[in-house]
Design a protein around this ligand. Sequence first.
Ligand code: GN1
Ligand code: MG
Length: 363
Amino acid sequence: MNTIDIDRILSQFEIIGQVQSVAPLGEGLINDTYRVATAGDQAPDYVLQRINNAVFQDVDLLQHNIEVVTAHIRRKLEAAGTDDVERKVLQLVKARDGKTYYRDDEGRYWRVTVFIPDSFTHQAVTPQSAFDAGKAFGQFEQMLVDVPEQLGETIPDFHNMELRMRQLREAAQRDAVGRLDAVRGIIDELERDADWMCQAERLYREGKLPKRICHCDTKVNNMLFDSQGRVLCVIDLDTVMPSFIFSDYGDFLRTGANLTTEDDPDESHVGFNAEIFKSFTTGYLESALSFLTPIEVEHLPYAVALFPFMQCVRFLADYINGDTYYKVKYATHNLDRARNQLALYRDVRRHDAMMADFINKLL
Ligand code: GN1
Ligand code: MG
């Protein structure tokens, strides 16, 4: 993407100040993100994103969800007298036509938010920031219990484990690029636990498990921290939609409590960090216990296992399909990620009893 293009895109939005530089930002695997720096102290910096509309096919619905959610959170923070609200919720910048996105001549979709000053993302957490993050996600879900509109699913059945298993089986059946032979062992291992992992969908069908508005992409690097390491807010709101609370609780621990990054190719580095589990869970239950049902609480250890398992299934399916979904940097990147997540899943399962015990003591 050259500067001319970016300038032309930015000129479609109601931004103030003189654009000084545009540089790639963050580690997202789906959208392309840039930081737009402006000259002087008067104008804010901005975040420009190209929305991946192969993944998010209904951009209108996507942006509508984000508008509703950010406005709702802003009202709640203001009503609670929170200081520094501007740094605690994302602010969308309108395009010239009043929409919160712009479709360019080539059919690419763009959006702009105000960059939150002195904010940082991290790939790892300390016990203290895990506790804060737990509390923040519980509060996030709590603020959204009375969101004034029904939100649509920006990716239908996003965290539906039955669907993810079906997609893996279909990928294996097609074997589009001849990678199946190398991964049969992993598939067999996943199949052994697949039925257990799909229990949330069954509980939902039986009317025993609710869906609530969740963030659904709570990995560590989707959270902004200030320079002292305190949580500011949750970003990357594309996947905010109705789901099981397991999504937010489990996906945070999938990244936060892994002893290494999700794509570390050396499995011996992978492991479940029990200390992070404990601090995150303590924070989460402090804010979420007021609205969680007993069946949700009882299944939290299941949620910790579900997300590395599901992510393994998704990375592996993408590997078999020839890397059509996630950004990859080398040929076996998705395979390394899948192996990493499977190793994490195994280690989480070694902690089943500890997790249940710990949660019971908190109640
Ligand atoms: C994607 O966009 P990003 O990188 O924050 C993905 C998540 C996965 C994650 C794995 C819309 O998140 O579901 O958990 O990669 N988002 C989508 O790192 O598929
Ligand atoms: Mg992200």
